[in-house]
Design a protein around this ligand. Structure first.
Ligand code: AQP
Length: 332
């Protein structure tokens, strides 16, 4: 049996980018990879690398767990859990920091981007975040890690850290493979299509939240930045806004971008945006219908308890063995 693992951090309201680049893929992969168990978690320890309101954080943590299920993940094939409930994530995170070089962390573009945006109050945990992410993955000997394009660099670092450890202490961690979607791997901000759509943006105009209502979604798509060229074609360099909208359209309809371009030949942006708004709001409505049933049900806690128990037992044994390899504590 293979193992797939991925997480989402509750650092803001889940966006359409998180859905297309991650959650929607997990559901598709679960249908394809029948010999694979799915370890999916809510990465609350990662969220606190930037300042969070405790009540909001707890609420969002539950929301993400519910959204995984609302999107169609099979609870019987998914080990769903909350990162901070398994102490070994933080423990292995520290052990791996001891095998991660400053230069490697300094090269991480996500850190550099965040450091540029936030000049003061940067935490050391934001800098060492990729070592914790590596721990999340190799703690469970995951074979596959489906992520959006923005996380590719962190997975490469995870592979380097695991390989380094194995070279020094003998074969111990599985070296994971990333799975990056072909379409929708990087959904861009609707107001600034040069930038990734992110849930922690100060302004909510550039992202569609999965809990936005229909009118808000329609308004955000209508006012998405395009260009003055006025032709619907896929040219990310000269028409990044339109290219982004085409990517969203393709990801949610399973149509090839060329086929969509052909459908809208001779038509204007207005018509294209109206159709896209309908596609996005219909998908989000059905997601929300499921979500509101799950979020307040006692079943959600039962699923998270079962996930914690299963993840915990694997994690405990792995970290104990890891500490033995490193010579920590007394010999067992
Ligand atoms: N815009 C995006 N397009 C495609 N995939 C995306 N993902 C995030 N944004 C996009 C994918 O969603 C998964 C969960 O991401 P995360 O919450 O762990 O962290 P992130 O990548 O940093 O997401 P955000 O929304 O940008 O959060 P903030 O603003 O807090 O940093 C990952 O698989 C990610 O690739």
């Amino acid at each position: 049996m293979k193992r797939l693992l991925s997480g989402i951090k509750p650092s803001g309201a889940l966006t359409l980018g998180n859905y297309i680049g991650a959650i929607m893929r997990f559901v598709e992969l679960q249908k394809q990879l029948t010999d694979t168990e799915f370890y999916l978690f809510v990465a609350d320890l990662h969220a606190i690398t930037t300042e969070q309101n405790p009540q909001e954080l707890r609420k969002r943590t539950k929301e993400i767990a519910a959204m995984y299920l609302a999107a169609g993940l099979d609870k019987d094939k998914t080990i769903l859990f909350i990162q901070s409930e398994i102490k070994e994530h933080a423990e292995l995170g520290y052990l791996l920091q001891c095998h991660t070089y400053m230069g490697e962390l300094e090269r991480m573009t996500q850190y550099k981007d965040k450091a540029t945006k936030q000049q003061s109050g940067l935490t050391s945990a934001l800098f060492t975040y990729p070592a914790l992410m590596a721990a999340d993955i190799i703690l469970y000997d995951a074979d596959y890690v489906p992520v959006g394009d923005d996380q590719k660099q962190h997975i490469e670092l995870t592979r380097d850290i695991a390989t380094r450890f194995n070279n020094r202490f003998g074969d111990f961690f599985k070296v994971p493979e990333p799975i990056i979607p072909k379409v929708g791997a990087r959904i861009m901000d609707l107001q600034n299509p040069e930038k990734k759509m992110s849930k922690s943006e100060a302004s909510d105009k550039g992202y569609i939240a999965l809990l936005d209502d229909e009118q808000t979604i329609i308004k955000k798509i209508r006012s998405a930045v395009t260009d003055s060229i006025g032709v619907i074609q896929y040219d990310p360099f000269n028409q990044p806004g339109v290219a982004n909208l085409l990517n969203i359209y393709a990801a949610l309809t399973d149509k090839a971008i060329e086929a969509i371009v052909e459908m809208y030949k001779g038509l204007g942006y207005k018509e294209f945006k109206e159709d896209l708004a309908h596609i996005v709001s219909t998908r989000i409505k059905s997601l929300q219908d499921n979500y509101y049933q799950i979020i307040n049900s006692p079943e959600l806690d039962a699923i998270l308890d079962a996930g914690r128990a299963k993840a915990q037992s694997y994690a405990y044994r792995k970290v104990e063995k890891c500490k033995q390899k490193l010579g920590l504590g007394r010999k067992k």
